[in-house]
Design a protein around this ligand. Structure first.
Ligand SMILES: Nc1ncnc2c1ncn2[C@@H]1O[C@H](COP(=O)(O)OP(=O)(O)OP(=O)(O)O)[C@@H](O)[C@H]1O
Ligand SMILES: [Mg+2]
Length: 361
């Protein structure tokens, strides 16, 4: 599976830009702020129907416009798919595949898988649990459509339950039947997601550990522990026990939307005790393992988006990473760099097919 071309209209700072891509390595070079990362984000959009960075679509519309369009053609098993993603202020987002509009975006996700490696990934270690859940979900959703649909239903039910709690508070009423309906829905969806996350991590962690050992050439043991309230006690009982508190806060305080991953190195928290180099190796291993896992599950190599890769790895490690494209480990890769000379030197040396694109603001 490859992305053959891309056109951006009013997408962030790109008013009307287009590119034809190489089947192997594509490198965007340009000054800070020229829009290199934005191009990778647009490719991510085509694959996952949303931005890697912004939760709101309208943030990606150019400041002077009311809409953006991303167009790209993927080739997969000799057939072309022209994907068009349209976002217009005040209208629902639309995603089309060969002019056919998707009713559910979940039908699209996973067909053209990508893995994004970004400097902002440090948030996986330093920030709150939602960035780790997002990472987990993007890994599972791209090969497990049932998981994705269940997750969407779960999130919708949480919203509805919170609205109901708000209604109880504002109207000083209580409706046990509706609440029980939501609780039961949450229990059904919640256990499915819990089980799928557990199953995924059981298989994923050994792959991740293998990558960490390769990248760090270290002997330290790394691990990922799945933390979920559903591990502790029956979910329905917990929902009932927390009702008093939930009615005050108008929020649902237990469930898989509170799940977290604990990253450890030699048994200690990576966030608290690991060096910056160890953290970088940890993060890149998380992403390469995700790539490997998706490849196995889908029987298809995802597109790899490597943003500011030199920020993460020294030149030597980038070289060995790029040479993996030549050896067939990776398929199509998109990278960004501020230095054309540095990229060119490395790409020439690793001598895979490549194209370099100059990006100017
Ligand atoms: N909605 C928007 N409308 C117009 N411009 C935007 C919008 N969102 C972001 N930008 C602009 O995009 C630019 C940043 O682009 P991007 O992050 O892709 O740069 P970059 O080339 O990756 O830079 P760096 O080398 O520093 O990583 C900024 O100048 C920012 O103002
Ligand atoms: Mg950038």
């Amino acid at each position: 599976m490859k992305l053959k071309n891309l056109r951006l209209l009013n997408f962030k700072n790109h008013l009307d830009s287009s590119w034809e891509f190489n089947d192997r390595v594509n490198c965007f070079v340009g000054d800070n702020g020229s829009g290199k990362t934005n191009i990778l984000d647009a490719i991510y959009y085509l694959s996952l129907t949303k931005s890697y960075f912004n939760s709101s679509d309208s943030t990606s519309i150019n400041f002077n416009s009311e809409y953006f369009t991303i167009k790209g053609s993927f080739i997969r098993e000799n057939s072309f798919s022209n994907i068009v993603c349209n976002v217009k202020d005040g209208f629902p987002k639309s995603v089309k595949n060969n002019d056919k509009k998707y009713k559910r975006f979940s039908d699209h996700i996973g067909n053209y898988p990508v893995v994004f490696v970004s400097p902002t990934d440090t948030s996986l270690i330093t920030e709150h649990s939602d960035s780790r859940r997002k990472y987990l979900d993007s890994g599972i959703s791209q090969f497990n459509n049932f998981y994705l649909r269940t997750l969407i239903s779960y999130n919708k039910t949480i919203k509805q339950r919170n609205e109901l709690l708000k209604h109880f508070l504002s109207s000083n009423t209580f409706d046990e039947i509706t609440l029980t309906t939501y609780n039961e829905l949450l229990m059904n969806y919640g256990y499915i997601i819990f089980t799928e996350r557990k199953k995924y991590l059981e298989k994923f962690v050994p792959v991740f550990q293998k990558y960490y050992t390769e990248i760090s050439s270290g002997k330290e043991k790394v691990d990922i522990e799945y933390k979920s309230q559903l591990n502790e006690n029956d979910y329905l009982t917990q929902l009932n026990n927390s009702l008093k508190q939930d009615k005050i806060s108008c929020r649902t305080s237990v469930g898989i939307h509170k799940d977290d991953l604990l990253f450890t190195l030699k048994g200690s928290s990576v966030k608290k005790y690991s060096s910056q180099g160890q953290q970088k190796s940890f993060l890149i291993s998380l992403k390469l393992a995700q790539f490997d896992f998706l490849k196995e599950e889908l029987g298809l190599k995802p597109i790899l988006l490597l943003d500011d890769i030199f920020d993460k790895l020294d030149d030597k490690r980038v070289e060995s990473l790029i040479s993996l494209v030549k050896r067939g480990t990776f398929n199509q890769v998109f990278i960004t760099d501020t230095s054309k000379a540095r990229s060119e030197k490395i790409l020439k040396k690793t001598s895979s097919e490549y194209s370099i694109f100059n990006i100017q603001n």
